[in-house]
Design a protein around this ligand. Structure first.
Ligand code: NAP
Length: 510
């Protein structure tokens, strides 16, 4: 693959990139201006690790200036645009995304290593998210509180409004660079906030392209920025007082650091996951095997809602295992541009190495490798399934304790649902769980005891466009993302008390 393969077609993007020494160099969108920067960060494609672009590495001077503009001008400008006009702007961005779909899809294929189908899915979900912004707007109502119920507040009343906080910092993970940027922009802007985006360093190109579409929509430039700096140099940004809310999606480890540094702010934290799937005795094993296999290896397991732990009722364990291995064996690993590919590359070689190290640890501890375990290239690896029947061993393994962000899962059996609940809840994460089966009483019990943000019955966990709210418990996060469910975290209550004492408004007091 060469730079010639990664080409932008839309003329709209011509001002924000240039070719230098055969490499595409992008500018960054800094509060209404495109800036090129003095230093650059290299962007590699996970397909073959070749450099496909360079982006500016912004310094503190640039960032400080952006925060000044966004804080002093941008947060007021966006709030002063009437809601219906803000909705129209979001609609216009959706239209521009439709018009430039080809480039957006290509950026996700080349930069994020997604298959064309997955890339298309992410672009479509982003467009849908923008178009459903009106549903978020229905959640910004306030409340009326009568004063009658306490002797000290009689003859007064209050209106409790929801107000924008000001500036939301949106920190984006590599696995959904476009959708997460769009989603965080939508609910922040509907609530009346300005947005500063910190894109992932591995695949910032989809975010930079999106910034151009935001600018073209007529969105006030001072109210939006994309700050291209490495995460490890972002401490000062995160702790800055000009930011009132942080919407972070990423690993639990980084999330903890962000919370510690940020100080007193409001947070949406969408953190690590890796979900359990529980297969009951009366499950449709064929359907469960298909869905669980896809749940493990889709986007090479690099999804927060990927299945990482498979718990199967003992009486169907053998039969289910066979079906699952057969599903794994059908998954074609390869170049994401190839239509046959189901499992594309991992984001970097280190992710492959981490996965293989964890499999090795499990095998040394007595586990059986049921499928996979072979590296097929620097960033390519077979989807893998490791069987661990000894529960004490299971609990000590990295594959159980950590989120290994790759196409690998462990499978074990259980005697009764209490055991399944205990193993599923034993991990530090609580994003989603899947249950396959039909016995209503058993399912109801599982729903009651599983400590997760969402439970999928006879389906693999998938957050999609966020039509249903998602978000985690325990180390998987704080707050919810999804249409209508996030405005709460990016707004503040303001209580307005009206005093009508002795004005004769309440006749019964005369
Ligand atoms: P990550 O390494 O934690 O990075 C996430 C973002 O944080 C990146 O933009 C990163 O920048 C930035 N960052 C790193 N250190 C920072 C710091 N000190 N201050 C501010 N920002 C900092 O996560 P990832 O590998 O990109 O994404 C995968 C993770 O996201 C997985 O754990 C996955 O489960 C989670 N995720 C969760 C959800 C959910 O809904 N719960 C959804 C998607 C993904 P750089 O790229 O420059 O390092």
């Amino acid at each position: 693959m060469s730079v010639k393969d990664f080409k932008l077609h839309g003329r709209i993007f011509s001002e924000i990139h240039r070719e230098v020494d055969g490499i595409c160099e992008f500018a960054a969108f800094a509060a209404g201006r495109w800036i090129w920067g003095r230093e650059f960060l290299e962007v590699r494609s996970p397909i073959d690790l070749k450099v496909i672009a360079r982006i500016p590495k912004l310094g503190w001077d640039d960032i400080n200036h952006v925060l000044d503009v966004v804080y002093s001008v941008g947060r007021w400008k966006i709030r002063d645009i009437p809601g219906w006009k803000r909705l129209n702007m979001l609609d216009r961005i959706a239209e521009l995304m439709e018009e430039n779909k080809k480039d957006l899809i290509n950026s996700l294929v080349f930069n994020s290593g997604k298959t064309r189908l997955q890339a298309e899915g992410e672009v479509n979900a982003s467009i849908d998210r923008l178009r459903r912004a009106d549903m978020d707007s229905r959640k910004i109502y306030g409340e009326y509180v009568p004063g009658d119920w306490d002797p000290t507040t009689v003859e007064t009343e209050a209106i409790i409004r929801r107000e924008p906080l000001g500036v939301v910092l949106a920190i984006i993970p590599f696995n959904y660079p476009l959708f997460d940027t769009v989603s965080k922009l939508v609910y922040s802007v509907i609530a009346g906030n300005a947005v500063v985006v910190k894109p992932p360093s591995a695949d910032p190109i989809p975010v930079i392209l999106f910034a151009k579409l935001v600018e073209e929509s007529g969105f006030p430039g001072e109210s939006f920025s994309v700050l291209t700096i490495p995460g490890k140099e972002s401490d000062r940004l995160v702790s800055d007082d000009r930011i009132q809310a942080i919407s972070f999606t990423g690993s639990s480890k980084t999330g903890k650091r962000v919370i510690q540094l940020a100080g007193i702010k409001q947070f949406i934290m969408e953190l690590g996951g890796g979900d359990p799937a529980i297969v009951l005795s009366d499950a449709d094993l064929h359907v469960a095997a298909k869905m669980i296999a896809a749940g493990v290896y889709s986007y090479a397991g690099q999804r927060c809602d990927a299945i990482k732990l498979i718990l199967v009722a003992k009486d169907v364990y053998g039969e289910f295992k066979e079906k699952l291995v057969s599903e794994f064996s059908r998954a074609v690993v390869g170049d994401p541009r190839d239509e046959k590919t189901a499992v594309g590359p991992l984001i970097c070689p280190e992710a492959v190495e981490e996965m293989l190290k964890c499999i090795d640890e499990a095998i040394k501890a007595g586990g059986n490798l049921l499928y996979g375990g072979r590296r097929l290239g620097e960033t390519y690896v077979e989807p893998s399934l490791v069987e661990i029947l000894d529960k004490r061993t299971l609990r000590g393994l990295k594959l159980y304790m950590e989120e290994v962000f790759a196409p690998v899962a462990i499978i074990t059996d259980f005697n009764d649902v209490d055991e399944a609940i205990e193993i599923a809840n034993g991990r530090r994460y609580g994003l989603d769980a899947a249950i396959f089966g039909y016995n209503l009483d058993t399912i109801r019990k599982l729903i009651r005891f599983l400590e997760f943000g969402a439970i999928y019955i006879n389906d693999m966990p998938r957050h999609g466009v966020g039509y249903y709210p998602f978000g985690g418990r325990k180390e998987s996060g704080i707050g919810r993302e999804g249409i209508g469910y996030s405005v709460e975290q990016v707004t503040a209550y303001k209580t307005i008390v009206y005093n009508f004492r002795e004005k004769g408004v309440w006749r019964y007091l005369e």
